[in-house]
Every structure is written in C-alpha cells, then in structure tokens.
Design a protein around this ligand. Structure first.
Ligand SMILES: C[S@@+](CC[C@H](N)C(=O)[O-])C[C@H]1O[C@@H](n2cnc3c(N)ncnc32)[C@H](O)[C@@H]1O
Length: 323
C-alpha cells in the first residue's frame, strides 16, 4: 500500500477561474451573478452532486413523490462527511404546510434537487441559482464525468443575475406556476410579468410548440416519401419546422433549440433539400457542442453523424447535377 494518503486537490486548482458569485437577490433569497461578460457556451458551473439518490420507480419528467424517499435520503445524508452535511443543511428549505418538524431534509431536496439521468442530485453551488421561465443558462448532465454543467445560452453581462429553469417550459403561465408552487414562490420573470395580451401570446406560442414537438416526434428518421401526397405533406412539414425554429427562438427557449434544429434537419432531408438540411443539422451539432465540446454524449455524437450523412447526400446531389 502507498505510504501517503491521496487527497483531492483544492477546488482552486481545478479548472478555469470562477465566473460567478453568490449574493442576495432582492425578493429571491440568495442568487448567483456573473462576475464578467459571458458569451453563449461559457461554462458557468461544472459540479458533481454532493448527494445523489436513485429513487425506486423513478419516471423521468414526472415530479417524484418526495416524501416516499425520506428514508433513502436520510441514509445518504448520514453517510456524508460532516462538512458536506453542513453544506446540505445550509441550503434553502421551502417548508410546506404538510411538512412536519424534522422533514427539513426532504424540503431541502424538494427545493434544490435537479434530475440527472435516472437520479436526483443536490448540487450546492448550482442550488443557489434562481429560476426564470426565460433562463439565460441551460444545463446538461454529463454522465461521462458525473458533473452537471450550467452554461450561458445567450450573452450575459457582468453583474447580471444568472437564472436556470426548475421546470419544463412548454406550458402556459398558470401551469408553470402550479409546478413552481413546490418551491414556494410566485414567478415574476420576464415571461410571467408580461401584460395580459402579451402573456396570452407567449402562452399560446408555448402550447403550439409543445403540440408541434409532439407531432414531429414520430418523424425523426429520414425516409423520402415517394407518393405525390407524401411529398406534399413532407413539404408542409419542412415549412412548419422552419416556423417551429422561429417560434422557439422568439420565445428564447434555449433548452429546445437543439431539438428544433434537429427536427428541421430531418424535415428538409425528407424533401431532399440536402444543403438546408445539412445547415440545420450542423447548427444542432454546434449548439450541442457548446456544453459538450468533446462530443462525449450520445446526443452530440448522433448529431455529428447526422451532419456527416447529410453532407454526403448534398455532395451526391451536386455530383448528379453535374453529370
Ligand atoms: C434552488 S433555491 C435557489 C437559491 C435560493 N434563492 C437561496 O437563497 O438559496 C430555490 C429557492 O429560491 C427562491 N427562488 C428561486 N427562484 C425564484 C424566483 N424567480 N422568484 C422568487 N424566489 C425564487 C425560492 O425560495 C426557491 O424555493
């Protein structure tokens, strides 16, 4: 055995300088602020979970009945070193009227946990980021490195507050607010604070987008239709996919950009517009690479393969035109 104990290097030796600071955010407790201008793709935080739970029968996308897991949570907490326990207990806990004294750990999990694959994780630094329904960061769970990455999805100015989303965003204001009730605040972000008419327009766009995504979900393989009817439908779909991208960008729903570009790539491939299809696929790939520069995730690699495939099709079509 080794005559010395291996210890992790201090956090200050790991990676690039810190681009954020935590300080009070009026009306929102503590918040996280950019300490310099950030451009899309800048990694704000890269953090492993301090505590991670894999609840039984976890269904991704469905809020988990957290009270059912208080025992698993307690055992995971008990196994932590004292300084980590103190860090967990320092996090914000929104207690509901149903919570009993002693339920604080469950409240902390409910108020701060993020879903990572099939688990729930507590990330003490990222947990200080407040919510917005038009967030300026997106997140990405890198299962390869076991880190949750928070990256700028648009330009963020020095001193601006950094926001993430706690909930899926393709719902109207009232439904979003119902999901946010578990955190105990009323959302006043730029989408929720709109005047009624604009808010209705935003709600309508989000619902339409949810419908459009659902409609496109079953069309994600490239098969060029042969019938006149099929071709006409594919043409309509291609135009609808370009509209989907416009609406997603108008609503600043950065978490859905990759999905929308991918849909547009497939829709244009189905009408054999290989150049347009390639440009959309490449845009999806480049956006995915913002958070995953070494293409470690399956999603990024698939987009890289798709872009390569479409480039070949585009080349073939150019060759055919010249022979
Ligand atoms: C994950 S914590 C975020 C950090 C928290 N502000 C703190 O002081 O530690 C979630 C809690 O922050 C507050 N919060 C988050 N986003 C908010 C918002 N948009 N408006 C008001 N409060 C918010 C709520 O109290 C919520 O339960």
């Amino acid at each position: 055995s080794l005559p010395w104990t291996l210890r992790a290097p201090p956090a200050s030796c790991l990676g690039p300088p810190q681009l954020w600071e935590a300080r009070p955010s009026p009306g929102k407790g503590i918040g996280v602020y950019a300490t310099r201008d950030l451009v899309p793709g800048d990694i704000v935080l890269s953090e492993p979970p301090i505590l991670s739970l894999t609840p039984p029968q976890f269904t991704d996308g469905v809020a988990y009945p957290l009270n059912d897991i208080s025992q698993i949570l307690q055992s995971a907490f008990d196994a932590l070193p004292p300084q980590d326990q103190a860090e967990v207990m320092s996090l914000h806990a929104h207690m509901t009227t149903a919570d009993k004294p002693g339920d604080e750990l469950v409240s902390i999990l409910r108020s701060n946990a993020y879903i990572t694959g099939s688990s729930l994780g507590l990330f003490p630094k990222g947990a200080r980021i407040n919510h917005s329904c038009r967030p300026n960061t997106s997140q990405y769970w890198n299962s390869y490195t076991g880190r949750r990455i928070v990256y700028a999805n648009r330009h963020i100015e020095q001193g601006e507050e950094i926001f993430a989303t706690y909930i899926p965003l393709l719902y109207p204001h009232e439904a979003r607010q119902r999901r946010l009730d578990q955190y105990g605040f009323k959302c006043t972000c730029s989408a929720c604070a709109l005047q009624e008419a604009s808010r209705k327009a935003s709600d309508h766009r989000r619902q339409e987008l949810a419908r459009a995504f659902a409609a496109f979900e079953s069309h994600v393989t490239i098969s060029v239709p042969q019938s006149v009817m099929g071709k006409r439908k594919a043409r309509d779909n291609a135009e609808a996919s370009a509209q989907l991208v416009r609406q997603i960008e108008e609503e600043s729903l950065a978490d859905y950009y990759i999905k929308a570009y991918h849909i547009a790539a497939i829709a244009y491939a189905k009408v054999e517009e290989w150049e347009t299809a390639t440009l959309w696929a490449n845009k999806a790939f480049e956006t995915s690479r913002l958070a995953d520069p070494h293409a470690q995730s399956t999603g990024t690699r698939e987009l890289q393969t798709l872009t390569g495939y479409l480039i070949n099709k585009w080349n073939e079509a150019l060759r055919d035109r010249h022979t």
